[in-house]
Design a protein around this ligand. Structure first.
Ligand code: MG
Length: 203
């Protein structure tokens, strides 16, 4: 199982980090060791002083595909989820300045929270899914998949030009604005519409 992450897919998040709007989706990978086991707390790693949450809609791939056409992309997933792409922002900033890969900032152990998945049939459109992240019961990120620069089917098509998608792979579709640091004792909870999809305690 692999995790394919999309960067810079929401305009307001691009602006808040002072990034350039990309001409094509920005992609990076997390290994399977990045998945935090269910119901385990997240321990802030020693190598960062600025550990950020990024709430993201997830897509679980249900069959093998390569060079998937956008019009067929909907056949490659049945379920949508929600998760967090934990990011050591200070480490990432140093890598970005030097033009180096981001893995140490993004792909470290337990950096991927993968919550529950729900059938996509529950939604009338993949382009109108409201979601939010609460920190200590206060909303800190809130958006809708309608604001994505590249929609889910476009992402599947684009990603599959480079990486064969396999059953069980998970796509992190990018975060909206509102990313910020966590501290010990925080509790994060993610929602799609009013359904709680995950909770995680920060230690
Ligand atoms: Mg992200």
């Amino acid at each position: 199982m692999k995790i394919i992450c999309v960067g810079r897919n929401y305009t307001e998040h691009i602006t808040e980090l002072d990034n350039e709007r990309p001409e094509a989706p920005v992609l990076f990978l997390k290994p399977d060791t990045a998945v935090l086991s269910r119901r385990q707390p997240f321990y802030i790693p020693d190598f960062t002083k600025d550990l950020h949450y990024e709430v993201e809609v997830l897509v679980k791939i249900n069959r093998v595909g390569k060079h998937i056409e956008e019009k067929f992309a909907h056949k490659y997933y049945d379920e949508i989820g929600l998760g967090i792409d934990f990011t050591a922002r200070d480490v990432q900033q140093k890598m970005k300045e030097k033009g180096l890969p981001w893995e140490k900032a993004k792909a470290f152990d337990n950096s991927a929270i993968i919550g529950e998945f729900i059938s996509k049939d529950k939604f009338s459109s993949m382009e109108d899914i409201p979601f939010r992240l609460q920190k200590n019961d206060e909303v800190v990120q809130e958006s809708n998949t309608s604001h994505m620069l590249w929609k889910i089917d476009e992402l599947i098509s684009y990603i599959s030009q480079y990486f064969t998608l396999k059953t069980g792979d998970v796509i992190f579709t990018g975060t909206p604005a509102g990313v910020a640091a966590v501290t010990e004792g925080d509790k994060l909870e993610g929602f799609i519409a009013d359904k709680s999809m995950f909770t995680v305690d920060i230690r």
